[in-house]
Design a protein around this ligand. Structure first.
Ligand SMILES: NC(=O)c1ccc[n+]([C@@H]2O[C@H](COP(=O)([O-])OP(=O)(O)OC[C@H]3O[C@@H](n4cnc5c(N)ncnc54)[C@H](OP(=O)(O)O)[C@@H]3O)[C@@H](O)[C@H]2O)c1
Length: 269
């Protein structure tokens, strides 16, 4: 029977997920269909239940449902529980299993782009939204001596820091705090097309620091341009998007898809 898969969210306007999964469905000849499914908040629960009845095999979850799906899951893995959000669900015998592949996607991209597997020193994370939770979780799994979260709304940073044993400081001190940083990550929406710019001066960053922006539209954000001009190694956000999709596809189909430059190019169109 053809496996039905989807990405759910509200609104769903710009999701790149159908491009990624349909590329792999075609490439590997999987008998499956993957499409966008916008679900209005007032019908959320009933629509999920009808997806089970309609025989869906699984789905991805994007804003604003990554937390709201949790009570509907019969089982969560450790990663989803620790992050407090689910981005991938597999449905088996009418029961939802929830996981979170964002942290894997984030760290795998960092490792692939830098060629490093062992990290030390201080990681500074800008932002404390949904993506930041997965990023801080992933960084805490590595060997960083310190993970520091800076967010405009300090309370949101404090909550993640408390949950994940990280540190926080004032958003206003972001320029000076870069002096002894080995990894700077932007997880705010600043610098994204249609959003205000990220106001940061990277001149205090050590020469060997890596700068990673998870915003991928545009691919080269002003932060990455500034860091590159200064001679720092940079990591763009598109590889995180692809790497978080790989374990989801494998969970549903048993196939671990390859990373292909052609798909990367297609996503950037
Ligand atoms: N590459 C990938 O695979 C990937 C995956 C997930 C997300 N992303 C990207 O990551 C970005 C954030 O996503 P999200 O889901 O975490 O969003 P979110 O939950 O809405 O969080 C937005 C963050 O940006 C901050 N922010 C927004 N406007 C600001 C401003 N004017 N000044 C200072 N801070 C501001 C917010 O601070 P406050 O708490 O103070 O509001 C918050 O920390 C988006 O651009 C998204 O596309 C990329």
């Amino acid at each position: 029977m053809t496996m039905k898969l989807a990405v759910i969210g509200y609104p769903l306007g710009q999701s790149k997920s159908p491009v990624i999964y349909n590329h792999w469905i075609e490439k590997y000849g999987v008998d499956a269909v993957y499409g966008p499914l916008e679900i209005a908040p007032d019908t959320f629960e009933s629509r999920i239940r009808s997806m089970i009845d309609e025989g869906y095999g699984g789905f991805n979850i994007t804003i604003p449902y990554k937390e709201k799906i949790i009570p509907l899951c019969a089982e969560l893995d450790d990663t989803a529980r620790a992050i407090g959000a689910v981005n991938t669900v597999k449905i088996t015998d009418g029961k939802l299993f929830g996981t979170n592949t964002d942290a894997y996607g984030f760290i795998q991209n960092l490792k692939e782009e830098t060629g490093k597997t062992d990290f030390k020193g201080k990681a500074v994370v800008l932002g404390a939204g949904g993506a930041a939770r997965a990023v801080v979780y992933a960084l805490k799994q590595e060997n960083f001596d310190e993970v520091l979260i800076l967010n405009r709304t300090r309370e949101r940073a404090d909550i993640i820091a408390r949950d994940m044993d990280a540190g926080t400081d004032e958003w206003e001190k972001r320029n000076e705090l870069l002096a002894d940083t080995t990894l700077l990550v932007n997880t705010t929406s600043l610098g994204m097309t249609g959003q205000p710019p990220l106001d940061i001066d990277v001149s205090a960053l050590p020469a060997d620091a890596v700068v990673y922006d998870i915003v991928y539209k545009p691919l080269m954000t002003d932060l990455l341009k500034d860091a590159k001009n200064k001679g720092n190694q940079i990591v763009t956000g598109i590889g995180m998007l692809l790497n978080q999709a790989r374990p989801a596809f494998e969970l549903w189909t048993g196939i671990a898809p390859d990373m292909e430059p052609a798909l990367r190019d297609e996503l950037l169109k």
